[in-house]
Write a new protein. Structure first.
Length: 183
């Protein structure tokens, strides 16, 4: 399935965004918090959009009648890229494609990082392959978009605060619409 418009992306969040994955927050609340963190840091619009949409693959799986990838890796990052590629440029989708690998990279390269992960992220780390080997780290960091994926990953880790008030999805529509015209 490929989404064909920003309206279709927003509809996916409207229908499935209240679902929880393995955290206490809904998918939508997590997405909005990540986007707010990106926006507050002065990130480029492409990274704000990536932060907002990085877990859309979970919503695609829910829409298809599947569940969470809690016991096996369903590669939600790949699903996200597939559905967004027809609408948004690679500058949005590249960091999304690498955000799971970025977690594995950070665990391998920053000893204290593992302790900062939520219980759900620690569990998914094991399902997603655990820490990278030194060769995997070298290959990861050489990929285009890897640095942005690491930045996105940190917002992903910190965008899990219950009850935090942030802007609604509609506030990001102008950014998404501008990026879609470049896609």
């Amino acid at each position: 399935m490929t989404l064909t418009s920003i309206a279709a992306i927003e509809e996916l969040f409207d229908v499935w965004g209240d679902n929880r994955y393995d955290e206490d927050l809904s998918q939508l609340a997590h997405a909005l918090q990540c986007a707010a963190l990106a926006d507050a840091s002065g990130a480029a619009p492409e990274l704000v959009a990536a932060a907002l949409l990085h877990d859309i693959g979970h919503l695609v799986e829910l829409q298809a009648g599947g569940g969470a990838d809690f016991e096996s890796d369903l590669h939600h990052e790949d699903s996200a890229v597939l559905v967004l590629a027809g609408v948004l440029p690679h500058t949005v989708t590249d960091p999304i494609a690498l955000h799971v690998q970025a977690k594995r990279f950070l665990v391998a390269t920053e000893p204290a990082y593992l302790g900062t992960l939520s219980a759900g992220s620690r569990h998914s780390l094991a399902v997603q392959g655990g820490p990278m080997s030194p060769d995997e780290c070298e290959g990861f960091i050489a990929q285009p978009g890897a640095a942005d994926a690491v930045t996105l990953r940190r917002w992903d880790d910190n965008g899990k605060v219950e009850g935090l008030l942030v802007k609604p999805f509609a506030a990001y529509r102008p950014i998404l619409d501008r990026l879609a015209s470049k896609g």
